[in-house]
Design a protein around this ligand. Structure first.
Ligand code: FEO
Length: 407
């Protein structure tokens, strides 16, 4: 096949793969994605940074060939740098090495080397050199500096910094699962990209928030952060203006939240729904933003995205067989996995439910939410269908929750 490489700086090319028809990733819905790989030409050596899924490798090969053609050079990759071993960036790695240069230098973190062998069982005959923060290689007039980035988002994650150009190849960090024909942030609206980056962060990076805070501090202390002119992640658009995404990562990792409450509910015969809508009215009456989710239609991934920068949630479920309605259970499972505790944000929660007789949903949700790091500040457990008095109470509980986050 034919495919063009995209020049992102002098002698630096995007040679990645566009996965137009991918619709889920790590369990969340996406509109397609990209697996970004980069080719860096030095005066002495040419380096391939990261790789692609097998099945789409023809794109990678075609773009590598095109990049060499654009540079007017014979195809030869001297160095492979693998920032992370997860399969979306590594399934074709061994084949790429065999195809382009089995004698090439190969650099990765010690964990990445271990993980590659554990996933593919065919790397042990190659000489892979472990690198970490402080290590660098000279490729002829250009320097690649390695920065360990464990838990951003795997224990093996690493960044590679092209010092002379100020380009940070950040692998999964700073990525977005979007799928477009153009490669840069400036080609699309910043608000849209930051929202996609928030979804990516909330669902994939939240757990690593304490590590991210330390990493940003380290990059600030050693002066590297101010040298970054471009961030080239492994998914989505390339940040030619890194300021906004670095600022957002700093906020998300530190639990900075808006005056916003995410309302999440499911319903059987519209009773819990009536409570949800009244609670939302109460929240709005205090001038606080509401993000509303109906779990019969909406995905947990979008809910998680809004909870990330919400100061509180209101969670509602009908009682069924003494427990919360099952789709809310799925939601709770995600909340427990993502674990917002690491961001340091303190999120209040209001639980509401409609029950036929004995109840049980509220008690179960309270236990689960507290385990997931939320502070349950109030509950509303309603027998069958809420009347006007109950609806007024729901309104007031929403307003009270809103006041609690403004204080
Ligand atoms: Fe995009 Fe962790 O791989």
């Amino acid at each position: 096949m034919k495919a063009k490489a995209v020049k992102i700086a002098d002698g630096v090319y995007w040679v990645g793969v566009i996965h137009w028809n991918s619709r889920t990733f790590h369990g969340y819905g996406i509109p397609g994605t990209t697996y970004n790989a980069y080719l860096v030409f030095g005066e002495e050596k040419t380096v391939l940074i990261d790789n692609a899924y097998v099945g789409l490798q023809n794109q990678l090969d075609a773009r590598i060939e095109d990049a060499f053609a654009q540079e007017g050079k014979e195809i030869k990759i001297d160095v492979f740098v693998q920032n992370h071993s997860e399969m979306d960036h590594s399934t074709y790695l061994r084949d790429t090495i065999d195809k382009y240069n089995p004698d090439a230098e190969i650099y990765a973190s010690a964990n990445c080397i271990k993980f590659l062998e554990a996933q593919y069982h065919n790397f042990s005959d190659l000489e892979l050199t472990p690198v970490a923060t402080g290590d660098e290689i000279d490729i002829g007039g250009r320097t690649l500096k390695f920065v360990s980035a464990p838990m951003l988002h795997w224990p093996d994650s690493m960044f590679t910094f092209l010092a002379e150009e100020g380009i940070l190849f950040s692998n999964d960090a700073f990525g977005q699962h979007v799928c477009h024909s153009k490669r840069f942030d400036k080609d699309y609206s910043l608000d849209y990209l930051l929202r996609e980056a928030q979804k990516y962060y909330a669902n994939l990076v939240t757990l690593g928030s304490p590590m991210l805070r330390m990493k940003l501090q380290e990059l600030t202390d050693n002066g590297l952060l101010e040298q970054i002119k471009m961030i080239a992640p492994c998914h989505g658009q390339i940040w030619t203006n890194p300021g906004p995404i670095v600022e957002k990562y700093s906020e998300w990792a530190s639990g900075v939240c808006k005056d916003k409450i995410t309302v999440i509910y499911d319903t059987m015969h519209h009773s819990t729904e009536k409570l949800a809508f009244q609670i939302a009215e109460g929240i709005m009456s205090e001038g606080v933003e509401v993000a509303m989710y109906f779990m019969q239609e909406d995905g947990p991934d979008d809910v998680i995205t809004d909870i990330l920068d919400s100061k509180a949630i209101a969670l509602g479920a009908p009682t069924m067989m003494n427990k919360p309605f099952p789709r809310i259970g799925n939601m709770m499972y995600w909340l427990d996995c993502v674990n917002f505790k690491g961001t340091g944000s303190e999120k209040n929660a209001l639980i509401f439910s409609s029950k036929g007789w004995g109840g049980g949903a509220v008690a179960k949700l309270q236990r689960d939410l507290e385990e997931a790091g939320f502070t349950v500040t109030d509950t509303l457990d309603v027998l069958f269908v809420p009347d006007e008095d109950i609806l007024a109470e729901a309104f007031e509980k929403g307003a009270e929750l809103a006041r609690s986050i403004k204080e």
